[in-house]
Ligand binder design. Structure first.
Ligand code: F6R
Length: 242
């Protein structure tokens, strides 16, 4: 696992964006695995800025998001579909039909999970997966105890994750109780993984990831089994590591 220490959120975002832009320019039909949340917002800002300034093209790029809330439609401003349009897709030249996000309102969620796996497989897999990390070590919405072999599935969200995400909703009661997420096995199939972490709130998780052992109670530790993982973390996120 390669660790890049950066000063702050801004530098983390810039370096991650530069890495992604380089790959996209070199491989026209690159498959990007994307995340939502506070962590990748800065990366998306820099991707948009670069697209506006240098016209890096996303016309042949395909994207696969990690997850979506169950019961929240793509038009809802709390959906991850909406988040991605707001922060990235509406500002670059990617065709909407090249952007894949699981549907949280499918009438058959089990089937939706199988179809999503199939879509990723049919496109030859994800080349680069961008990840944030939960304070409890979750990746995607794979909470502690999830099998490292898991594929796309429906998960009940833990109280701590619902609390952490409550800031986006009018009240905690309105935070969905379930989500659809790619599995840890799905994430590990990506050819390359870029995990980003910024701020003190992530320090314990990053320390456990970098010092720790493989443990299904700490989902991010599954990344220790992957050959090509880069962690870009800022000083605060690394503050408990040394
Ligand atoms: C989001 C996702 C989650 C987040 C994690 C960290 O698509 O899959 O695993 O990456 O909850 O969230 P932030 O970045 O908001 O701290």
């Amino acid at each position: 696992m390669n660790v890049i220490e950066v000063k702050n959120y801004e530098e983390m975002s810039r370096i991650a964006a530069q890495h992604i832009i380089k790959k996209i320019r070199a491989h026209r039909s690159y498959k990007l695995g994307l995340a939502t949340g506070s962590t990748p917002k800065g990366v998306y800002h820099y991707l948009v800025k670069d697209h506006q300034e240098t016209q890096t093209s996303y016309q042949q790029i395909k994207t696969f998001n990690l997850d979506e809330y169950v019961g929240i439609s793509a038009h809802d401003s709390n959906s991850y579909h909406y988040f991605m349009r707001e922060h990235l897709f509406n500002h670059i030249d990617i065709p909407a039909e090249h952007t894949y996000i699981p549907s949280g309102v499918s009438t058959n969620l089990e089937k939706e999970c199988l179809h999503y796996e199939e879509k990723i497989r049919l496109h030859g897999g994800v080349d680069l997966q961008l990840l944030g990390i939960g304070q409890n070590g979750h990746i995607g919405f794979n909470e502690p105890g999830t099998s490292f072999k898991s594929r796309t599935h429906i998960v009940p969200l833990t109280e701590s994750t619902r609390k952490a995400n409550a800031r986006f909703f009018p009240s905690i009661e309105e935070v969905p109780t379930h989500a659809i997420t790619v599995g840890i096995g799905t994430i590990l199939d990506s050819k390359e993984i870029l995990l980003l972490a910024s701020g003190k709130a992530k320090a314990e998780a990053i320390s456990r990831l970098l010092n720790g052992d493989l443990d299904e109670e700490f989902p991010a530790s599954s990344l220790l089994t992957h050959k090509h993982v880069t962690v870009i973390a800022d000083e605060e996120a690394l503050s408990l590591t040394k």
